[in-house]
Design a protein. Sequence first.
Length: 276
Amino acid sequence: MPKRNSSVVGREFGTGVRDAIEQSGLTQRKLAELLDWQEAKVSDLVQGKGGVSEVDLIRLLSYCRAPAADVEHLLALFRESREKGWLLFPEDGVPERLRSLIEQERIASKIIAWSMNLVPGLLQIAAYMRAVAEKSTRLKPADIDAFIRAKLERQTILRPGREFVFFVHEQALRLPVGGPDVMRSQLIQIHTMLVRQYISLRVVPTAIGAHAGLASSFVQLRYEKFEPVVYIENHNTGLFLEDKGSLDTYGEALKGLDRDALDAVQSRGLITSMLS
């Protein structure tokens, strides 16, 4: 079956509308009757296909008695849903880009991450997360605990049924984030996680010098039903890329990392040697 063209923002918009309907206690059929719509129109909306105007959306959310903040958020997503790619700016509290990444990881069938400076987020322990968060200029101290809880909740997807491939630069494994004790616990956690058959880790050794991932860290998300997307993050924004040119470019970067990295057995051996 061919994969559907469905954007990240369109899927998030559809999920938001579905949640608003469910929280109202109305069925899609009853809501369609109240709006004098075909039920298929509501169905298309919750699948992120659009087909409505802003006025239509506001009417639907009014019947659902959605809070004003939810209405504002869904309207913003609706206006973005026709764009290819999605740029997320920071907000107060847990960054919106983290929530969006978590949702896309939840529905992905394969996640391939390249991390140049830090242990990949899906493998981080809480103490490592805290050490990174406390050095961040984009998080308020009062928001750090919520941020860590969200990141730990994100890791619940690490179970059978999907595949995870992590490319990590050796320097990320040697950077003593949080001090020697935290870093040792972090390496033990990685070593333990690699027992799972659906998780693999490949280390790009410092000794090779220049490598295929020099431009930036990124995550590629692959889906059963949708085309893949690439997610990149910088100091204060997150960006989902969906255009063919970007996907081809990052795909070539992954091929280069596959050539440059140690294999899985060698990579695990390196971590073992660092723990000795």
